[in-house]
Design a protein around this ligand. Structure first.
Ligand SMILES: [Zn+2]
Length: 255
C-alpha cells in the first residue's frame, strides 16, 4: 500500500530530486558548453561578440536617440531663434528701406518746392550785360505822354531779350509806337513789356520761364536808334506803368 499509494511526502522529494538532477544536468551541460566554448575560441568569439555588440548597440541606440532628440530640440530652438532673428532683420531692413524712401520722397518734395520757389522768385534783367541808357520818367517830346513810361536798355539789333520772370504772354505783335512788342503777365499779377523788337519768338498764351529768350532787340516803332524799351505795369495796357528799376530791384535784379 505504502508503495502503490505514495504520499505527497514521498513524491515531492523524488520530484525535487529529479528537478535537481535536471538542473545538475543542465548545469553540467552548461559547464560543458562553456568549457567547450572556451576550448574552442573560434566558436566563442562570435558568441561573445554578438552578445556584447547587442548590448552596446542598445546602449548606443538609446544614447543616440536621446542625443538625437536633444539635438533635434536644440536644432528646433536654433531654427526658431534663427527665424526670429531673420524676421527681425528683415523687419529692420524693411523699416530702414521705408525710412530711406520716405526721406528720399521728402527730399524730392523739398527740392521740388525749392525749385518752384526759385522759379517763382527768380528775376533777371531783360538784356544781359547791358545798362539803362534812358531812365524812367525822363521828359521829352519823343514820348506821347510827355515822359518816358519805361526804361531803355542799351542793345544792338538782334540782341537776345529775356522774360524777366515767370509768366504768360498776353500780347505778341505790333504795338504802334512800341513797334514789335511783347507783354507778359507775371505770376504775381504784374505785367512787363518789351518794345522795339526786331523779332518776336513767343506767342500769346505761351508760358515763359525766368530768363527765357522771348525776342531779339531792334529798332521798330518810334525810336531814335536800336535799344530795348522795357516797362513794368500794374495792368496789361499803356498808362499803368510803374518804376521798372524799382520793380526789378525789388525782385533782386541789379540794374
Ligand atoms: Zn523807351
Amino acid at each position: 500500500m505504502a508503495f502503490t499509494r505514495a504520499t505527497g511526502k514521498h513524491r515531492a522529494p523524488s520530484r525535487m530530486t529529479r528537478r535537481s538532477a535536471n538542473i545538475a544536468g543542465i548545469a553540467t551541460l552548461a559547464t560543458a558548453g562553456v568549457v567547450g566554448t572556451l576550448a574552442s575560441p573560434a566558436m566563442a568569439a562570435p558568441s561573445t561578440t554578438t552578445v556584447d555588440t547587442g548590448l552596446t548597440q542598445a546602449i548606443v541606440i538609446g544614447d543616440s536617440i536621446a542625443d538625437q532628440v536633444g539635438a533635434q530640440a536644440d536644432a528646433q530652438k536654433q531654427a526658431a531663434a534663427k527665424a526670429k532673428a531673420q524676421a527681425e532683420a528683415e523687419a529692420a531692413a524693411k523699416a530702414k528701406a521705408e525710412q530711406r524712401a520716405k526721406e528720399a520722397r521728402e527730399a524730392k518734395e523739398r527740392a521740388a518746392r525749392e525749385a518752384e520757389r526759385k522759379r517763382l522768385n527768380t528775376f533777371v534783367a531783360p538784356i544781359s550785360d547791358s545798362y539803362v541808357s534812358t531812365g524812367y520818367k525822363t521828359g521829352g517830346s519823343l514820348w506821347s505822354s510827355g515822359s518816358h513810361t519805361g526804361i531803355d536798355f542799351h542793345a544792338g539789333i538782334g540782341t537776345p531779350v529775356h522774360a524777366v520772370g515767370l509768366g504768360t504772354v498776353v500780347e505778341a505783335g505790333n504795338g504802334g509806337a512800341y513797334g514789335n512788342n511783347v507783354v507778359i503777365k507775371m505770376h504775381d499779377g504784374t505785367y512787363t513789356q518789351y518794345g522795339h523788337l526786331s523779332e518776336i519768338q513767343v506767342s500769346v498764351g505761351q508760358s515763359v520761364e525766368p530768363g527765357q529768350q522771348i525776342a531779339l532787340s531792334g529798332n521798330t516803332g518810334n525810336t531814335t536808334g536800336p535799344h530795348l524799351h522795357f516797362e513794368a505795369r500794374t495792368g496789361p495796357d499803356y498808362g499803368s506803368d510803374i518804376d521798372p528799376i524799382a520793380y526789378l530791384r525789388s525782385h533782386g535784379v541789379t540794374v
